[in-house]
Ligand binder design. Structure first.
Ligand SMILES: Cc1ncc(C[n+]2csc(CCOP(=O)(O)OP(=O)(O)O)c2C)c(N)n1
Ligand SMILES: [Mg+2]
Length: 341
């Protein structure tokens, strides 16, 4: 499947990958629907979901390797599923349970940090938007340092990269400009993935920025850009394949600007109907029916339906199961208080 420059035809994406992608999309959809249907319970702690952003997130996550680093943000739950996290594990963080694999129930939903041998590594990051850009770029600088010192255990097409995932509004922050600047100056192996849903909570793009990610990136000489429809799974998969291949082989930064609709509420803390007038228009760009309609790849309709039913059935009782699990260990709070005395 790998060509020298990383370009692949749609027909080269295997049926196994497509089936896996659809399963992940169906799982993410079911989770989001269940959170919404049980919102008085699940909104105990604020959470956001990836509804509308699934295709680009899954196309990215499926192509990350265990030696890579991922800076995911609060809207990336499909990306977390696609690197191999189980829905149940994500729900442990949703309900702040002790066995949450990311933070032991101490951080919000989709605030990951992870060091599992078989998965990309995820550094812990702040809830402040855009703040992941500098640490993620620093990791890419660390990878470069190891390579320059001949200390890296990887080479060629196995070389690790960093994915820094960002929302369209967060990239207007000064921190992000500093990160881009350093990435191009030092030619760092990093991909900035900008998921552009045109919203900054309740402020529309036209209220908060004069340009989009593609135009903004033009100010950073050496930052190569791909602008894509992030609702098209095939296009997203092909683009990430080509970009990842280039970064692994050529060690330089890219920005992928993926245009997506935001189909859920910004978070469980607000209602989209309060301030949005583009809901019907954005619904037309939903990646989920698009995947099924564009299914020219030979996955049988019956198989797609079975995947959907399985996802719904698996999650129907899962929230109850979580209630039985333990809350975070209170000892840590005691420790903090004693420390301050
Ligand atoms: C530094 C900082 N400023 C403001 C906020 C409040 N805030 C949380 S999410 C958000 C919107 C970010 O929009 P975008 O980056 O486009 O991501 P999206 O939620 O649309 O995926 C804002 C302003 C914050 N968390 N951190
Ligand atoms: Mg946005």
């Amino acid at each position: 499947m790998n060509t020298n420059n990383g370009n692949i035809n749609a027909s080269e994406i295997s049926e196994a990958v497509l089936t896996q992608a659809f399963r992940l999309m169906a799982e993410a959809r079911s989770m989001s629907a269940i959170y919404e249907a049980n919102s008085s319970f699940t909104s105990k702690y604020v959470h956001a979901t990836s509804k509308g952003h699934e295709a680009i997130q899954i196309a990215t996550g499926l192509q990350l390797l265990p030696q890579d680093f991922l800076s995911a943000y609060y809207r990336d739950d499909s990306m977390l599923l696609s690197i191999g996290m189980e829905p149940f594990e994500l729900m442990l963080q949703l309900m702040a349970k002790r066995d949450d694999p990311f933070s032991g129930g101490r951080l919000y939903y989709s605030h990951p940090s992870l060091k599992r041998p078989n998965m990309p590594k995820i550094p812990m990051q702040s809830s402040a938007t855009g703040m992941q850009a500098i640490p993620a770029t620093g990791i890419a600088m660390g990878l470069q340092y190891l390579e320059n010192q001949a200390l890296s255990e990887w080479e060629g097409s196995d070389s690790p990269l960093v994915v820094c995932s960002l929302g369209d509004a967060s990239i207007t922050e000064g921190e992000v400009a500093e990160a881009f600047q350093m990435a191009v100056l030092k030619k760092l192996p990093i991909v900035y993935l900008v998921q552009d849903n045109e919203w900054d909570i309740s402020a529309h793009a036209r209220e908060i920025r004069a340009m989009d990610a593609t135009h903004y990136a033009m100010g950073f000489k050496g930052l190569e850009v791909r602008t894509i429809d992030g609702t098209d799974f095939i296009k997203s998969y092909q683009t990430m394949h080509e970009v990842f291949t280039s970064v692994r082989m050529e060690r330089r930064p890219f920005l992928v600007h993926a245009k997506v609709p935001l189909l859920n509420h910004h978070t469980s803390g607000v209602r989209k109907e309060w301030y949005r007038d583009d809901l019907e228009e954005q619904l037309l760009r939903d990646p989920y029916p698009k995947f099924k309609i564009n299914n020219k790849f030979g996955i049988q309709q019956r198989a797609l339906s079975r995947i959907e039913t399985d996802a719904d059935e698996r999650f129907r009782n899962i929230l109850q199961k979580q209630w039985l699990l333990k809350t975070p260990d209170r000892k840590i709070f005691l420790h903090m208080i004693l420390h301050q005395l």
